[in-house]
Ligand binder design. Structure first.
Ligand code: ADP
Length: 436
């Protein structure tokens, strides 16, 4: 039986038939008038009861939160049951749709790119969380606002009017001025557009570092090359030059060539250190042996101009000997180059509070405090002239920093202008090895 017929049958069985049967019985036993009267009263009663049930139903429909169908009896109960089922189905579907929408919103908020949907009048329809950081657009606050009034970068309005698919528009972060975002426009049919913003700050920083680096290297090479080429011209044009003058110029050219070679060597070392995460091999480095070698090199560099001292605790250090030699050698060579004749230099290897500390102390020129945080940047020099005169490439401490990083060590610099400096490399305890 179809639900419709079933409902009709119920209505007839519960509403029509009982009254009809009672009326017929009354008519047969008490007379036709009684029969009609019983029928009229019976159906009036049925109608009143159903009206009350319908008012229950209306009350239940008015209370959207109520989950259970109203307590309705009679032939309306079937209607209520079906209505209840339909409502339950609808609310389950609605809950599913809401959950889907919620996870979609969460997914969109987790996307690192900024997403903004605008309509044909450029009014903001929707945006994700990243758009707040990238473009300063926050919902619900900015819903319906014209996007050009919020993103005030010069040229943005023109770009939106005629977006170029191949060239994104670059905007600066409204909150952090060092961050930049590339904005692309994607059409979403006739009525809306999607703006996608991508964080390009790191790429821009790398690009700017690359061009600064190229400019620095070119500048560093240009100076000695200019000197050498000047001398060569001199050689070619001047026949009257004495053997002594020739020797003098040749020595100057040789100095410049050595400077260029040191620069290229340091650049190659730095590039190798940057391209590999860890040293190719590690061994137990006998520190007394390494420090003795450093002291001998320091003597030859100082040529007797400084008092040199060595303190060694004796424990071995796990690491790459060649790299450690290069890092420690740079610190020792700096101490000698930045300490005037007659000064003191002490090279130490000690175990302090479970850490291995290699330290070079000098009584040299010292470094003003404001320069300390930038010392390990490539080509950063406190005193450009002094560095060049002493044969510095400006890359020594950058190399030290990289080597220490590869050995999980940190560099601690303390200095006082006119009194001297101390450069201390601290190695983690697990790198220390008892000498067997
Ligand atoms: P450079 O080749 O110029 O010495 P480094 O990277 O080794 O380059 O050092 C960077 C700068 O740090 C130097 O130019 C110098 O100004 C300063 N510096 C490094 N070591 C010392 C030191 N022991 N005493 C004073 N200044 C130092």
């Amino acid at each position: 039986m179809t639900p419709r017929r079933q409902w009709l049958a119920t209505a007839v069985l519960t509403g029509v038939l009982p009254v009809l049967a009672t009326a017929v019985l009354a008519g047969l036993t008490l007379g036709a008038d009684w029969g009609w009267a019983v029928a009229a009263l019976g159906w009036l009663f049925v109608i009143l009861v159903q009206l009350r049930e319908l008012s229950n139903l209306a009350a239940w429909l008015d209370a959207p939160d109520s989950r259970e169908p109203a307590n309705v009896r009679g032939f309306c109960s079937e209607l209520v049951r079906r209505l209840g089922r339909r409502l339950r189905d609808d609310s389950r579907k609605l809950a599913q749709a809401e959950a889907g929408l919620h996870s979609f919103r969460e997914a969109m908020d987790a996307v690192p790119d900024g997403l903004v949907i605008i309509d044909t009048q450029h009014r903001i329809q929707w945006s994700n969380r990243a758009a707040a950081v990238h473009l300063g657009i926050c919902l619900p606050r900015d819903g319906g606002a014209i996007i050009e009034q919020l993103v005030r970068a010069p040229g943005f309005a023109e770009y939106l009017g005629n977006p170029d698919v191949n060239a994104p528009f670059v905007v600066q972060s409204p909150a952090v001025r060092t961050r930049y975002y590339a904005v692309r426009v994607v059409s979403l049919g006739e009525h809306s557009q999607l703006l996608v913003s991508l964080d390009i700050s790191d790429a821009r920083r790398v690009e700017s570092m690359r061009s600064t680096f190229v400019a620095n290297v070119s500048h560093e090479l240009r100076t000695p090359l200019t000197v050498v080429s000047g001398f060569l011209e001199h050689f070619a044009d001047d026949d009257t030059m004495t053997a002594e003058q020739r020797q003098h110029f040749t020595r100057l050219m040789s100095d410049q060539t050595t400077r260029m070679l040191s620069l290229v060597d340091d650049l190659l070392t730095l590039s190798r250190l940057e391209s590999e995460d860890a040293p190719a091999s590690e061994e137990e480095v006998e520190m007394d042996d390494l420090l003795a070698q450093l002291l001998a090199e320091a003597h030859s560099l100082s040529e007797g101009r400084h008092r040199l001292e060595l303190i060694c605790d004796g424990q071995a250090l796990q690491g790459n000997r060649k790299e450690l030699h290069s890092a420690f050698g740079n610190l020792v060579s700096n101490a000698i180059r930045y300490t005037p004749a007659g000064g003191d230099i002490r090279i130490e290897w000690r175990i302090r509070e479970g850490l291995g500390a290699f330290c070079v102390r000098d009584s040299g020129v010292g470094i003003p405090a404001e320069h300390l945080p930038r010392l390990t940047e490539r080509f950063y020099r406190v005193d450009r002239g002094r560095s060049r005169d002493s044969g510095g490439t400006g890359l020594g401490l950058a190399i030290v920093k990289h080597i220490l990083l590869r050995h999980q060590a940190t560099l601690v610099v303390e200095s006082q202008v006119g009194k001297g400096s101390s450069f201390r490399a601290e190695f983690p305890g697990w790198r220390l090895k008892a000498v067997g």
